[in-house]
Design a protein. Structure first.
Lengths: 209, 209
């Protein structure tokens, strides 16, 4: 286990910094200051320095950060120096969108399979992955060494699917269903409710009225 | 304008609390303590009290909160005591998933239209909304009093679409494209990168190895 405890908001910003640095690498930029990173991604420069300080000193005073070094370090912190095998359960509209989401592929997540119970969907191709029957869940998790299960099934079956994923060996669950899921302590669970994003907007719209 | 400045993480938790309270109302629960809310949603009870304290005192010491009163108050804070008109630009897999996302409907967001440039998609029905041509953007925003534009187009056209939305009168943009968008100061912009969710998991998986 690594020896630091990082707030989730910091992890999310590190992810954003790393994307920005990747663009800079593509453009041939060699060094950058925390202020330039801050401007580039739209957060305060004190925040950038504080976020990066969790991981020790990489910058050189007056020179700034070496872009490629910082990028590689961030990717390592985010666990993106290795590949993670993902399975998607539920091939409805959201599951299909996630299975073909370029952002996952760009960041090195390996979508190994997508499963559903609906015979009308099974057999369809999403990019180069064929939708398969949910009965194959345990087999697919095991044979692909799946670490991460993504749940886009209806709420009524989300807990059963989660239990099956964990029993088969998944270590982390990304839950897009509206249900509160119970998982053992050692399993990492993240709930995503896409409406929260719209509610941050409605909060701000209402706030500024 | 309301007279408080709230961290975004708090706004996101208020959204989660409000969903939990809604379930309690459906179950007939009348009062609840901050500790019970904390347990129900999986955050610390000090955090719940701190989040709610931004908005003054609603609880009664030793009795707790009246569930319905607290729920109504949270919905008002989140701007969900009114309807917001939304337009989705881009009817690919992600746009289609969002157009039919039950979570948006449940929270009162009104998806007024979904537009695309692809003739193969235009005319298709998503729930009861027909995909229409992107040339109608300005007309649709104006005639439906759209406040919020959701962008799921490819990065290469995201800025043009954003400019058009703002010119037509949209006040807030939810951006699912990978591009950094430039908007005037008075426009509320929120970028959603779905991979960040997987990266919080890979960070934690790597952290616990």
């Amino acid at each position: 286990m690594k020896a630091y405890k990082i707030p989730e908001a910091t992890v999310m910003r590190l992810s954003i910094y790393s994307r920005y640095l990747q663009k800079l690498i593509e453009n041939g930029t060699q060094t950058i200051s925390s202020g330039e990173i801050a401007n580039g991604v739209g957060v305060g420069s004190a925040q950038v320095r504080k976020d990066l300080a969790y991981f020790g000193e990489f910058g050189t005073r007056g020179v700034g950060y070496n872009v490629e070094e910082l990028f590689n370090h961030l990717m390592e912190i985010l666990g993106l120096d290795e590949k993670w095998n993902v399975i998607i359960i539920g091939a409805g509209k959201l599951g299909s969108a996630l299975a073909t989401y370029q952002g996952f592929i760009d960041r090195g997540f390996n979508i190994t399979a997508i499963l559903d119970i609906d015979e009308a969907i099974i057999g369809k191709k999403l990019m180069d992955i064929e939708v398969e029957h949910i009965d194959l869940l345990s087999k697919k998790v095991k044979e692909n060494n799946v670490e991460i299960g993504v749940i886009t099934v209806p709420g009524s079956v989300a807990q059963v699917v989660t239990d099956d994923l964990i029993k088969a060996g998944a270590k982390a669950i990304l839950n897009f269903s509206p249900n509160v899921l119970r998982v053992p302590n050692e399993i990492i669970l993240r709930n995503v409710d896409l409406s929260v994003n719209l509610e941050v907007l409605s909060f701000n719209l209402s706030f500024h009225k």
